[in-house]
Ligand binder design. Structure first.
Ligand SMILES: [Zn+2]
Ligand SMILES: [Zn+2]
Length: 59
């Protein structure tokens, strides 16, 4: 069977999602098997992925 490349950003481990309505933040412990992009719903709307920048080890 043909293997489709995934253009959409899938949920990946340690991603963080933030609810724009209540500010709840969740992080992904385990990835799911969703074929398409997985929406995490809070307050009736999909949570947005939080861009986590790599921490600069500044000292
Ligand atoms: Zn899913
Ligand atoms: Zn919420």
């Amino acid at each position: 069977m043909p293997v489709k490349s995934a253009p959409k950003k899938k949920v990946s481990k340690s991603d963080s999602y933030e609810c724009q309505a209540c500010g709840l933040v969740v992080s992904v412990d385990e990835v799911c098997d969703c074929v398409d992009v997985c929406d995490i719903i809070c307050c009736g709307q999909p949570m947005k992925r939080k861009e986590v920048k790599a921490k600069a080890t500044k000292k």
